[in-house]
Design a protein around this ligand. Sequence first.
Ligand SMILES: CC(C)(COP(=O)(O)OP(=O)(O)OC[C@H]1O[C@@H](n2cnc3c(N)ncnc32)[C@H](O)[C@@H]1OP(=O)(O)O)[C@@H](O)C(=O)NCCC(=O)NCCS
Length: 164
Amino acid sequence: MKENAFREHALDFSKTYLFFHGSILAGYITILMDKQPLKIEKKHSLLSDFKEKTEDEYSAVPALKIGRMCVADNYNNQLESARYCGLGKIMFASVLSHANELKGKVGCRVITTHAKKSTRAYEWYKKIGFCFSHNDEKVKSMLADGNVEAIPMFYDINRIIKDD
Ligand SMILES: CC(C)(COP(=O)(O)OP(=O)(O)OC[C@H]1O[C@@H](n2cnc3c(N)ncnc32)[C@H](O)[C@@H]1OP(=O)(O)O)[C@@H](O)C(=O)NCCC(=O)NCCS
């Protein structure tokens, strides 16, 4: 975060938001613009639904991306030593609010991310409503592949395309 956030901020490539609990830096998010491709793999019913629900042949959906998201150890729900929980959800609520603002002003339909494998962040994203951008078969192989660090996921802001 320290290495890249300032540089990207100055270039207007991404913006980083810090979340303080009193004077303690408890978490941060980095957001930037993105697109969710609609290149449909076989057996990916959710992206197929998206394609069917748009009347024209769009190749991608406009998106806001979560580039980085992290809470400090004392706020990390997965660590037994943590004293606080729920910050991740609060930070996601703020991303959602940015996305809804963009939706009204310039067009933005999904939130995308590359969810880290090492921290099993993809399970957290699933829990809050994200879907995998690839079909089950591809996700399985990405999870098994040691060279793949993160899994692409998306969240439909309008909650029409979602996993049940
Ligand atoms: C992923 C992360 C942002 C989640 O934030 P958090 O504040 O710990 O999570 P929350 O308190 O908002 O969790 C909400 C729910 O998700 C669950 N949860 C949290 N982390 C989870 C995980 N990795 N896998 C599955 N469930 C998880 C919580 O148990 C909680 O469940 P509940 O509502 O039933 O009580 C945080 O754990 C983190 O910073 N991890 C390390 C960095 C990282 O992986 N960032 C993502 C990069 S893509």
